[in-house]
Design a protein around this ligand. Structure first.
Ligand SMILES: Cc1cc2nc3c(=O)[nH]c(=O)nc-3n(C[C@H](O)[C@H](O)[C@H](O)COP(=O)(O)O)c2cc1C
Length: 263
């Protein structure tokens, strides 16, 4: 059973690509995370958990969900992380969660995809050719990953150094409070009040009030689901996003359309 969370489609593409190659089912965790649904999940096949990387680790809401949700049946758990090039300590956290559950950690794979984070000027926008190249490269890697999983082999990824763990764990809660506020999210007059942003928010931070989204609380995961998936591109983050292209995988699916297994 393949379990995944994806805000902008990269991880969904990977999860569905593996599902097609392994003849397995890919389950989107968005609703379970939104509803705090921790009912046990049973699978006869190995569990394959696919997630994006947020600030050098797995999304914290996914880590919390995984810690609480019993996984029954098969004892082997694989992880596949997508990132913009640095998956940080995600594998270390994954191994620790799986071992605490009494299950067997079967390693992780790190796949570089287009970076979807646009609420900061720190990361230059990627050229279309580079976006397409990353998607094709990842698509090419799925075959070998699926074959390894089928042979029940461990996946090998790069070594994570202790200093990376020691920096990331205390740094992230501070970063989240300081740099991942919700105050700067706003819907412009283009907003049609469709509510897609609210339905796609893993943390249930968005409410539709008088036909417009309102972001509640102080901070969120900044997963970019609301801003990137808005059908009329009506959501902005301060003045950082105004001139930026929106990214979601579906816009670039054509890059791998010639592969018959891509749905
Ligand atoms: C809040 C946030 C933090 C991110 N942090 C990292 C990071 O530390 N390293 C990295 O390489 N990519 C980072 N990214 C990029 C995503 O991991 C990458 O684009 C991922 O494939 C998005 O997956 P999705 O389309 O399934 O949501 C970050 C993205 C977001 C939204």
């Amino acid at each position: 059973m393949i379990l995944y969370f994806s805000a902008t489609g990269n991880t969904r593409f990977v999860a569905q690509g593996l599902a097609a190659r392994l003849g397995d089912e890919a389950l989107d965790l968005l609703d379970k995370i939104r509803r705090s649904d921790y009912t046990p999940i049973q699978s006869d096949a190995p569990f394959i958990i696919c997630a994006p990387t947020y600030v050098c680790e797995m999304p914290r809401f996914l880590t919390a969900w995984l810690r609480r949700t019993p996984l029954t049946g098969n004892r082997d758990v694989y992880f596949i992380f997508t990132s913009g090039g640095y998956a940080g300590i995600s594998g270390v956290l994954a191994r620790s969660i799986v071992r605490k559950k009494g299950l067997r950690y079967m390693g992780c794979a790190n796949l570089t995809m287009p970076r979807n984070y646009i609420a900061s000027d720190a990361y230059p926008e990627l050229e279309t050719a580079e976006i397409e190249r990353r998607i094709r490269q990842t698509n090419g890697q799925l075959e070998a990953i699926a074959a390894s999983i089928e042979r029940q082999e461990r996946l090998r990824s790069r070594h994570v150094w202790l200093f990376e763990v020691l920096i990331t764990l205390p740094f992230n809660p501070v970063w989240s409070r300081v740099r991942q506020g919700v105050r700067d999210f706003q819907a412009t007059e283009k907003c049609v009040g469709c509510g897609k942003c609210a339905r796609g928010c893993p943390l249930n931070v968005i409410r539709i009030v008088e036909g417009k989204p309102v972001w509640n609380g102080k901070s969120c995961a900044h997963c970019m689901s609301c801003i990137q998936n808005c059908p009329v591109e009506a959501i902005e983050y301060g003045n950082v996003t105004q001139k930026k292209q929106r990214y979601r995988f579906e816009k670039y699916r054509y890059a791998v359309q010639d592969d018959g297994r891509v749905k």
